[in-house]
Design a protein around this ligand. Structure first.
Ligand code: ARG
Length: 498
């Protein structure tokens, strides 16, 4: 059994079941890299502040560099006996160079500030990654939109046919929604990217540490100054969880549309064979399982938000082990969000919208009657409410006779009886779905010029996000390299004995 670093005040070994119940080494695997990077930055600061000697620092750095490399090769396996990543790394250092030197690494820090530092470092990297994945999805949606500003789709309200829209309008709607998710992810990134290292157990420390220095080496935007707040708070995780929940609800609406549009009754969207599965008994089946699973997984993401909210609600200030429960669900959510973003992206790229079917449904379901009412207002100076009543009556009569607006002779006759004279050609031009769609010209409308204008704006917004993501990724990369360089230079000094 490995010796406990906190074992001094204990006269008995920990119960096996207690160890099993409390350890986090499985979950902490994702934190190894950050725990080592964090330890390097902490040690560089301790040395600069003359809290740890040059000699001790050199020796500790030499182990940390080795451990970092070992982890890069995925060969650093955490020992469950040592509870968590923090005690594992520290023990490995001590094992290698002895306590006289290695025992100095944990000066002026605590697992309480370490665990939040590591979690924030890991999470911010994932938040950037998720943003990149979402950017690429939005980019595809906008590219698809560019190609179909004149293609017809059908727009619903109450899931009843409402008005014709363009296919570009449908694709770009999701781009427009997801851009706000990007904004929320960016905001979660900034709330997360704060340095808590140096808060120690809860009260700060009597050592003259330099928290700004570790912020720089760890690539944080700045310090979360208040030590008690820094060690107690998990609102960065909550903000991320709620951002994930909203994103997933948006994904779920798209998934729901995929399922419905793909059904035989609608036949508006043909999903690719590669994105469906069959039935073990019904040979004719082709089921939209990816979209169904996206909807099904939403529950896990919402559940995670509820779990996290519940974990923190009754925790007094200062670290409590309750808080340890934040990570398993957060990890799970990160994986679900990443996988869902990329699979939905592929799903949309591999599905075909049937504009011909949409046009037919627009005709059959009177989705352009509003435009006939508008025409009567514009050309015949009829009040809108009266035009609405007349065209409503016309719709009722046509549908009773199993006809639609393509029966222009009937429509002409109906209007003539109301002393409204329109030619059949005029009627057809007025209510043809494609023409109606193209005529919508208000700001934000579905008409091609307006949609193209929106696509351009959304594209610019997307580029703005992309360059910010690039910028933040670069800062993190540079900070990690700078820390590694300090550690490696010191490590070199150990090897050549200067
Ligand atoms: N493994 C713990 C967690 O995941 C971090 C260590 C907490 N500190 C303590 N004194 N038990 O939250």
């Amino acid at each position: 059994m490995a010796e406990k670093l906190w074992g001094g005040r204990f006269s008995k070994e920990i119960d096996r079941n207690v160890l099993k119940y409390t350890l986090t080494t499985d979950i902490d695997t994702r934190l190894i890299r950050y725990d080592i990077w964090g330890s390097m930055a902490h040690l560089a600061m301790l040395r600069d502040c003359k809290i740890v000697s040059e000699e001790a620092a050199k020796k500790i750095f030499s182990v940390l560099v080795k451990l970092y490399e070992l982890n890069e090769q995925e060969e650093l396996i955490l020992d469950p006996e040592l509870e968590d990543v923090h005690l594992n790394i520290e023990s490995l250092v001590i094992q290698e160079i002895g306590s006289e030197y290695g025992g100095r690494l944990h000066t002026a820090r605590s697992r309480n500030d370490q665990v939040v530092t590591d979690t924030r470092m890991y999470l911010r990297a994932e938040l950037l990654d998720i943003q990149k994945t979402l950017c690429s999805f939005i980019d595809t949606l906008l590219k698809l939109s560019e190609q179909c500003a004149h293609k017809i789709a059908i727009g619903y309200t109450h899931l009843q046919p409402a008005q014709p829209i363009s296919l570009a309008f449908w694709y770009s709607c999701y781009a427009s929604m997801f851009l706000r998710d990007l904004e929320r992810l960016e905001s979660a990134f900034h709330i997360t990217n704060l340095n808590v290292l140096g808060a120690c157990a809860l009260a700060g420390t009597s050592f003259p540490i330099d928290r700004e220095m570790t912020s720089k080496l760890l690539g944080f935007d700045r310090e979360l100054i208040h030590s008690l707040d820094a060690t107690s708070s998990r609102d960065f995780a909550l903000q991320t969880a709620s951002t994930f929940a909203i994103l997933m609800s948006n994904f779920s609406r798209l998934a729901e549309e995929i399922v419905i549009w793909n059904s035989h009754e609608f036949r508006l969207l043909a999903i690719d064979d590669t994105f469906a599965t069959g039935s073990s008994i019904m040979p004719q089946k082709k089921n939209p399982v990816v979209a169904e699973l996206v909807k099904g997984r939403v529950g896990r993401i919402y559940g995670m938000l509820m779990q996290l909210l519940t974990v923190v609600k009754g925790v007094t200030l200062g670290y409590n082990c309750d808080l340890q429960e934040d990570k398993p669900m957060l990890w799970d959510a990160i994986d679900i969000i990443k996988n869902t973003t990329s699979i939905l992206h592929q799903h949309i790229e591999n599905s075909k919208y049937r504009s011909d079917r949409a046009e037919e449904l627009c005709w059959k379901n009177f989705s352009t009657v509003t435009e006939l009412a508008n025409y009567l207002v514009r050309e015949k100076n009829i009040p809108f409410r009266e035009a609405h009543r007349l065209t409503g009556l016309l719709t009722q009569q046509l549908s009773t006779e199993a006809m639609d607006m393509r029966n222009t002779a009937f429509v002409r006759e109906f209007l003539a009886q109301q002393s409204i004279l329109l030619s059949e050609k005029e009627i057809y031009n007025c209510v043809s779905p494609i023409k109606v769609m193209e005529r919508q010209c208000s700001t934000g409308a579905t008409g091609p010029d307006r949609v193209k204008e929106m696509i351009r704006k959304l594209q610019q917004e997307l580029e703005g996000f992309q360059s910010k993501i690039e910028h933040h990724s670069q800062i993190l990369k540079d900070a990690e390299n700078a820390t590694l360089n300090i550690a490696k230079n010191m490590h070199l000094k150990t090897i050549i004995g200067t």
